[in-house]
Design a protein around this ligand. Structure first.
Ligand code: NAD
Length: 476
């Protein structure tokens, strides 16, 4: 996919690889010395992470704006800063429960007074390979559950957002001991070296294509992986779901980072006889709320010239194929100097177009009409499994049926993206959109070793297994 068709990029400073190896060895040695940080140490780390983010709101906003060209402050505050800081607060609140060993039943006829517990223990040294689209939310957010679970972490930010990478490196270095958390920056060479280390766990967030490469590399050392990948997230409008509220939710979500969000709405499936109504609802919403969106700093810039060219190509291909194009800012094209691009609808594009096959990751919204809701749901379930599914309608039971029949990583009914916002809900993909979970207790357990431990008591019949066998078997 061109999302990952990257040029051999970003220089890797020769010393960066040596530093990475050194940090990794330091963290491994430190973990061996102190493998069981207690709850107060963990809470201290979580508090320090949240304070680091909150104290540097302006610098973080400036770095993101530098990398994206423009990036509304509200996205930085809500998503990149308050998001992970709130997640840390949630972890602090629940940590004692999360860490508590879970007592399991043991049949006294067989096991006597033995005690069986699952214990959630730190894994060790974890790598976090983060993408460009949420440099702090994904650079720091998963640290919450990794640190809550008592691990040490090295973060590798994307080289496509160098100002954010450099700032994250500086802030982490002034907040944490290198033995605990550190940041490695560099280009593709560093990224490959990073993914080849013998981590105790590796989290990768990015495209499915690179996810495959990461998993292959990790398999060499049998490193367990969490893969947070992408895909084409559909919004499904049932017959009663073609409403102004659905239009607001879908357009609002699509404009978050101008479509550069893994849980953005990729396309909308809607009843064929309601397409024009929905187009009008979207037009009216855009006219009332963001009439000249792409000409203002409220519009997030596309991250790079190459990504902008790719999204424009997707639209050009749809134009060339004769698809109906609805420009929400008539006559306005992407501005190469700001990399801001207006939101455009494409009605019923032919399925062979790249627009219909690749994750769009930008401000284009295809509308795919259906004759029959069941067929639309079957088409979603037959395709690569999306990270998210959004269903709109007045009949919540009908919406629930769509959710249960079309598999996805997460889902919302009558809204979008909130499954990724709530710090109490495990978040992740399914099938090609990823494996494993972070956020909340699911994240804590993902980054812990669940260890089953038995303490033998008295009155058990466990020696029935030991020789001599025949005599014992007769006694059972
Ligand atoms: P990207 O280009 O920033 O790559 C992601 C990370 O992988 C970066 O740190 C990059 O340096 C590293 N990388 C690239 N090639 C590598 C290699 N060969 N070996 C090791 N590391 C390598 O980001 P992207 O891939 O353009 O990200 C966009 C994709 O990420 C989309 O598909 C999007 O849906 C997905 N995404 C998923 C989530 C999620 O939570 N599931 C969140 C954000 C983005």
């Amino acid at each position: 996919s061109p999302l990952v068709d990257r040029p051999v990029d970003g220089p890797t400073d020769a010393s960066a690889i040596a530093t990475l190896h050194e940090s990794f060895a330091l963290q491994q040695a430190a973990f061996r010395r102190d493998p069981h940080p207690d709850i107060s140490q963990r809470i201290e780390h979580l508090g320090a992470l949240a304070a680091m983010l909150m104290a540097n709101r302006e610098r973080i906003a400036d770095a993101i704006a530098e990398d994206f060209g423009s990036h509304p402050a509200v996205f930085t505050d809500l998503l990149e800063i308050l998001g992970p800081a709130g997640r840390a607060a949630t972890a602090i609140e629940h940590l004692a429960d999360w860490m508590a060993p879970s007592e399991r039943a043991a049949n006294p006829d067989v096991y006597g007074t033995a005690r069986a517990t699952m214990r959630y223990e730190p894994k060790g040294v974890i790598g976090n390979i983060a993408p460009w689209n949420f440099p702090f939310e994904i650079g720091c957010g998963p640290l919450v559950e990794m640190l809550a679970a008592g691990n040490r972490v090295i973060v590798k930010p994307s080289d496509l957002t160098p100002a954010c990478g450099a700032l994250l490196q500086e802030l982490v270095a002034s907040t944490f001991d290198r033995e605990h958390v550190t940041v490695a920056v560099g280009g593709l060479e560093l990224a490959r070296e990073f993914s080849s280390l013998a981590w105790d766990h590796l989290l990768y967030t990015g495209s499915p294509a690179v996810g495959r490469e990461i998993m292959r590399t990790a398999a060499e050392n049998l490193v367990p992986v969490t893969l947070e990948l992408g895909g084409k997230c559909p919004a499904v409008l049932t017959a009663s779901g073609v409403t102004a509220q659905a239009a607001e939710s879908i357009v609002g979500t699509k404009l978050v980072k101008n479509g550069q969000m893994c849980i953005s709405v990729d396309h909308v499936r809607l009843p064929v006889d309601r397409v024009d109504d929905f187009v009008e609802l979207v037009r009216a919403h855009a006219r009332d709320t963001v009439p000249e969106h792409s000409r203002t700093a409220d519009c997030t810039g596309i991250v790079s010239d190459r990504h902008l060219a790719r999204i424009e190509q997707l639209l050009d291909e749809a134009r060339a194929a004769g698809a109906r194009i609805v420009e929400l800012e008539p006559g306005v094209r992407a501005d190469p100097s700001t990399r801001r691009m207006p939101l455009t609808l494409v009605v019923d594009p032919p399925p062979h177009l790249r627009l219909c096959r690749e994750e769009i990751f930008g401000p284009i919204l295809p509308l795919l009409p259906y004759e029959d809701l069941d067929d639309a749901v079957a088409a979603i379930d037959a395709d690569d499994r999306p990270l998210a599914l959004y269903v709109f309608g007045a009949d919540v039971e009908e919406c629930e049926q769509v959710v249960s029949r079309a598999r996805s990583g997460g889902a919302c009914i009558n809204t979008c993206a909130l499954q990724g916002a709530l710090p109490t809900l495990g978040f992740g993909g399914s099938g090609t959109s990823g494996m494993g979970r972070h956020h909340g207790i699911e994240g804590f357990r993902e980054f812990s070793t669940a260890r089953g431990v038995v303490v033998r008591g008295s009155g058990d019949s466990i020696d029935a297994l030991y020789p001599p066998y025949d005599e014992k078997a007769r006694a059972i």
